[in-house]
Design a protein around this ligand. Structure first.
Ligand SMILES: [Zn+2]
Length: 331
């Protein structure tokens, strides 16, 4: 029996309060850690999903539109999984420059099936260099099977993961071993390109340069690898232009505390980011628009491959109180 004024009781209450505070701090720390390390950042990933839904034809659009909030809530689940699924990390990138620095050689070798590639380089090598394109293809086939079985939960799960992996592969730095510029003295370039620039400028982007249109893709593996090569081809300018802006800032600080959501973070200064973005001449916008079109086209193609089943468009039930709290923390 516990006596409220007994020292032992007070000690236990204090311990409980301490445990609760520790859990809260842990959750908040994890959430902010996610917000700093996610490819494209939360808001850009969400914008890609919104645009991809908008690209869909009328036969498929209502189903995806009805689950728009669900897609917002789960678009970064793949990044969250990295903390408890050991093999998840390697699914988000491929370090093509570890295979070769020659684009001709890379395009001669890829696309190559996963089993052929393991024979040529060993599975350990593939794991070490990242398996992004192969895993995106695998997720695409899981989506076809989910459409075929008419399993709504599986359709949503594979569609949102496919959107995440494809979006990641449109980031040039997800195709290089120098993914954060550390090898060239440009540390921090990763979050600058894929998070800070979209957050600053994406409201002005045209993500439908040729109008909203999802295309049926016959050779999906070729299309995915082609987008990876396009990302990889951007790398030279990603690094060279950043270096040029750095030199222009010689003697001046390139960092500043920037208000981001409800926190202040040390990032590249808005002036530096602005000059880099201008010098990139629409590169981030083009990669983002390409991601929207490919995500949408792959959703549409998977549905066609499954025989174009009729999709019910019921709006799911609203989120719980806990979810609202999490949303508030993530804003
Ligand atoms: Zn990712």
């Amino acid at each position: 029996m516990c006596i409220p004024h007994h020292p032992q009781y007070k000690k236990r209450q204090l311990q409980k309060a301490h445990d609760r505070a520790y859990c809260f701090i842990l959750i908040v720390t994890c959430l902010f850690h996610h917000s700093l390390c996610c490819a494209w950042g939360f808001s850009a990933h969400r914008k890609i999903v919104d645009a991809a839904i908008h690209h869909l034809p009328s036969s498929l659009h209502p189903f995806f539109k009805a689950h728009g909030q669900w897609f917002h809530d789960h678009i970064n689940d793949a990044d969250r999984r990295k903390h408890n699924v050991i093999e998840e990390g390697r699914r988000h990138y491929i370090d093509l420059d570890l295979y070769s620095h020659s684009m001709d050689s890379l395009q001669d070798w890829f696309p190559m099936s996963y089993s052929e590639a393991t024979e040529k380089w060993s599975e350990d090598t593939l794991h070490a260099h990242g398996i992004g394109p192969w895993y995106a293809v695998k997720t695409y086939h899981r989506l076809i099977a989910a459409f075929d079985r008419q399993e709504e939960n599986a359709i949503l799960r594979h569609a949102v993961d496919l959107a995440h992996y494809i979006s990641d592969l449109h980031v040039p730095l997800h195709t290089s071993a120098n993914y954060d510029g550390k090898k060239t003295g440009q540390a921090g370039i990763h979050s600058l390109w894929e998070t800070q620039l979209p957050e600053m400028f994406m409201d002005s982007y045209n993500l439908f340069p040729s109008g909203p249109k999802a295309n049926w893709i016959k050779q999906t593996s070729d299309a995915i690898w082609s987008s990876v090569f396009q990302s990889h081809a951007c790398l030279d300018s990603v690094f060279l232009i950043e270096l040029k802006i750095r030199h222009a800032f010689a003697g001046k600080s390139i960092d500043a505390y920037v208000v981001r959501g409800r926190t202040r973070q040390l990032m590249r200064s808005p002036k530096f980011a602005n000059e880099y973005h201008t010098a990139l001449s629409g590169q981030v916008e083009r990669r983002m628009a390409a991601a929207c079109t490919l995500v949408s086209s792959l959703w549409f193609s998977a549905w066609v491959e499954a025989g174009a089943p009729v999709m019910a468009a019921e709006t799911p039930a609203k989120g719980t109180k806990w979810k609202k709290i999490l949303d508030w923390l993530l804003k």
